[in-house]
Design a protein around this ligand. Structure first.
Ligand SMILES: Cc1cc2ncn([C@H]3O[C@H](COP(=O)(O)O)[C@@H](O)[C@H]3O)c2cc1C
Ligand SMILES: O=C(O)c1cccnc1
Length: 383
């Protein structure tokens, strides 16, 4: 069945139109409340700003986010034929089977499965276009239009029509997860070779040299890394597109487009997007280029070890929550960040103020004036 690109495009336009910035009033109230909670001013460190940003997302100074879901999009990459990964493309469908496998501990035997199980996130898997057929499974959603993208070094990885279809498929899956109770949505990915399109996207969207944003992915050696940089350079030289959707279509991949759709839909529904690593970050860069308000809904988890991730975060103007040297993907870092985000919201929601607890607020002078830290003054600048 032919896809109606016109209809898909208007669906994307409608989705982008639903994105508006976070609730500034709720953030101001949250900031004021943080300053009154029973702790030394600023003592919750980065959790304070995280809690304020969550207040902005959920529109309340006492945010109460509940469920979490990790949505793992899987897709293969024509560019894998260039030898840019330390692993063969056959790993992609095998890992999808691993996400869906029955194990003694429960469903799924991958890193993201174990983390999601232990930290309380529902796992959804999306076939965005892996290079093998997959058996039916209740946790698997099918959105593949083709088995693997074209080789981005030689030609456009995806058609514009495929790009739109995958964005909308990712958006639909996020809507489903949110309808089922997810307030935190963690986009994740599986796709051998996908740090190469992510590097190409990042280089073009940030105007950086490929050598600055191309990393070792699954662990390529120096020689392969140099080759990988050449492949990205070749892709960038092949086309000079700058429109975000064109850049995404040219470099791919299917799972990156799907993650973009997840992010846009989650922000449109005013829920938090928890960002894992470099590949997720490349989808986020396309997203903020299309809809700057998306930034307000993004919560980067850890800074990952992949070269180029720091440049993405710096462009987004957002701080990572931890540095664990992760370089896996699948949404693992995002799932690990859930307890920190839940904790941040809980402080704002459940702590008592100095007044409520009748704890003397030493930051105020004897006459009740504001202390040197200014903690009782109006909210400061947004981070
Ligand atoms: C067993 C295995 C499990 C993974 N889970 C995530 N990735 C990660 O590695 C791939 C990206 O790195 P590159 O661009 O070097 O291929 C993606 O599939 C990513 O999700 C994995 C890779 C492997 C081998
Ligand atoms: O940061 C990532 O997303 C990443 C890094 C290495 C391999 N796969 C994914």
């Amino acid at each position: 069945m032919a896809i109606d690109t016109g209809r898909d495009f208007s669906a994307l336009t409608e989705l982008l139109g639903r994105l508006t910035p976070a609730d500034a009033g709720a953030m101001a109230r949250a900031r004021q409340r943080q300053a009154q909670l029973t702790k030394p001013a600023g003592a919750l460190g980065d959790l304070e700003e995280l809690s304020v940003r969550l207040a902005g997302v959920f529109g309340h100074e006492r945010p109460d986010p509940r469920g979490a879901a990790v949505l793992v999009a899987a897709g293969d990459h024509g560019v894998a034929a260039e030898g840019v990964s330390a692993y063969p493309p056959e790993v992609t469908p095998a890992m999808v089977a691993n996400f869906l496998a029955d194990t003694p501990a429960g469903p799924g035997g991958a890193a993201v499965s174990a983390l999601a199980r232990t930290l309380g996130a529902e796992v959804y898997v999306l076939d965005a276009g892996v290079n093998a057929g997959l058996p039916d499974h209740p946790a698997l959603t099918r959105a593949a239009r083709r088995r693997g993208t074209h080789n981005l070094r030689r030609e456009a990885a995806m058609t514009r029509e495929e790009t739109l279809a995958l964005i909308l498929a990712g958006a639909a899956l996020a809507e489903r997860a949110i309808d089922a109770g997810a307030d935190f949505v963690v986009p994740g990915e599986m796709g051998i070779g996908n740090t190469t399109p992510a590097a190409a996207l990042t280089a073009r969207l940030l105007g950086l040299d490929p050598a600055e944003v191309t990393g070792r992915g699954t662990g390529v050696d120096d020689e392969r890394l140099a080759h990988k940089v050449d492949v990205v350079r070749g892709a960038l030289a092949r086309t000079n597109v700058t429109d975000p959707l064109d850049v995404l279509a040219e470099f791919g991949g299917f799972e990156i487009a799907a993650m973009l759709g997840m992010m846009l839909a989650t922000a449109a529904r005013r829920r938090a997007v928890v960002l894992d690593g470099f590949v997720e970050g490349s989808a986020a860069l396309v997203g903020v280029a299309l809809a700057p308000a998306l930034r307000d809904f993004l919560f980067p988890a850890g800074e990952c070890a992949e070269r180029g991730h720091a440049a993405q975060l710096s462009h987004l103007g957002l701080n990572p929550m931890f540095h664990l040297g992760l370089r896996l993907g699948e949404g693992t870092g995002g799932v690990l960040a859930l307890p920190l985000l839940r904790g941040a919201a809980a402080t704002l929601r459940e702590m008592r103020t100095f007044e409520e607890a009748a704890v003397p607020d030493g930051s105020k002078g004897p006459d009740g004036s504001t202390g040197p830290d200014g903690s009782t003054g109006p909210g400061g600048g947004e981070g």
